[in-house]
Design a binder for this molecule. Structure first.
Ligand code: ADP
Ligand code: MG
Length: 397
């Protein structure tokens, strides 16, 4: 789960990290009061979306102005004006895709005088099964670009969980970032703060780009992107409260309410499958026969008729879906339950695209019987290959 920059900064401030003072604005009429609560002489007005690259982004609407999603203002009035201009508009960055993201919140913060921009991240490194620090002198840039062009400018190392964070980790980062004097001490402290927050809050990623050195020589967190392990939200209730549902794919949001493992993709064939492995195999075989999956969907082992119905509704609500492949291996899941769910869903939402159903396993005969007696226009398939070929043919001709 991701949160907004202003929420991330508030969370890190709570751990003692140096961040600027700021106010969030949800409605245009709040903008002036928010900006007025901050000391000038410089205000920074920042669109809050769950995507990076805002500064270099652009708005779809002409009346949002020419500048990107991070704007400098020299007075309270100007800051309020920029906030109003961006609210409700669609910001496109290299991370949002061409559709962009609607800006529902603006963060106004005090401007900083920047001496240097640095990069810092903490992440869960799956290879070493440890938390890693990643840092670079090339802050404010896309780290993927730095990694591709000048990998020698990135330092990365993992922390042994048996010792946890130690001051030498912080000194190693400080020296690689070229920090000197009191900055080294600040860096050692800040890295410890970030590591503690990362572990305590079950984060998956923490990215500060840029971490800056101010004109006075102090370190400051100027941008913050945090993502949390969704599986731990049950014990992170205050983090869970920060969830902004408007930032999420509505289909994925609906799926999460029914405890379905659903990921929206760009293809044309909707898939309803049980088991993550079978779902992956189904996506692979659809690709093998020349089409693209519209989603990953694992309805799980003990799915009920209601859950199957909901899954089917989510698939059919996707306008890109030109055909549906139901591929179920009934182990714990029973084929007749799937069949009933599919029929209930079709009765409710109708069926405007070809549907191929492949059932195998527990109660398969009962399941097939339910489908053939339903009078629905369903194409039956015998195995995975047959099912994939039939749905691709039905869609592509
Ligand atoms: P994004 O990464 O989405 O583009 P950032 O928060 O990193 O957004 O802002 C982009 C750039 O804007 C930063 O690299 C920095 O140069 C400038 N900037 C951001 N916040 C401030 C601030 N409070 N004061 C001065 N400059 C800022
Ligand atoms: Mg940034």
């Amino acid at each position: 789960m991701n949160i907004h920059e202003y929420q991330a900064k508030a969370l890190l401030r709570g751990y003692g990290a140096p961040v600027s003072d700021g106010r969030v604005v949800l409605r245009a009429e709040e903008a002036k009061t928010a900006a007025g609560a901050l000391d000038g002489p410089l205000w920074v007005v920042k669109a809050q979306i769950h995507a990076g690259g805002r500064g270099k982004g652009s708005f779809k609407e002409a009346d949002a102005g020419e500048k990107g999603g991070v704007r400098l203002a020299k007075s309270v009035e100007e800051a309020a004006e920029e906030a109003k201009r961006m609210l409700g508009k669609t910001l496109v960055t290299h991370q949002t895709g061409p559709a962009g993201k609607s800006v529902g919140r603006i963060y106004i913060e005090e401007g900083s005088d920047i001496e240097r921009e640095l990069y810092l991240a903490l992440l869960v490194d799956r290879v070493s099964s440890r938390i890693s620090f990643v840092c670079s002198t090339e802050g404010g840039m896309d780290i993927e670009e730095v990694a591709a062009n000048t990998p020698e400018k990135i330092l990365s190392f993992s922390v042994d969980p048996a010792t946890g964070y130690q001051p030498f980790h912080g000194r190693r980062i400080a020296f690689s970032l070229g920090l000197t004097g009191p900055q080294v001490k600040q860096c050692v402290k800040l890295m410890g703060i970030l590591y503690t927050a990362f572990v305590e809050r079950d984060m998956e990623m923490l990215e500060i780009n840029p971490l800056i050195v101010t004109d006075k020589g102090d370190l400051k967190v100027l941008d913050a992107k945090l993502s949390f392990d969704s599986n731990s939200l049950y014990r992170q209730s205050d983090v869970a409260e920060l969830r902004d549902e408007t930032e999420e794919d509505p289909k994925e949001l609906q799926a999460s309410k029914y405890d379905l493992n659903y990921i929206a993709l760009d293809g044309e064939i909707g898939c309803m499958v049980n088991g993550a492995g079978l779902a992956m195999a189904t996506m692979d075989i659809i690709k093998l026969y020349g089409a693209e999956p519209a989603n990953f969907l694992d309805v799980g082992g003990g799915a009920t008729k209601e859950k199957v119905t909901e899954a089917f509704k989510i698939i059919t609500s996707d306008k890109n879906v030109k055909g549906i492949l139901v591929n179920i291996f009934g182990g714990i899941m029973r084929c007749d339950v799937i069949a009933e769910g599919v029929i209930a869903a079709v009765k409710e939402v109708g069926l405007k695209v070809p549907l191929v159903v492949r059932l195998e396993g527990t109660n398969v005969d009962k399941g097939k019987e339910i489908i053939s007696n339903s009078g629905l226009d369903v194409i039956a398939a015998d195995d995975l290959k047959d099912g994939a070929q039939k749905i691709v043919k039905a869609v592509k001709g």
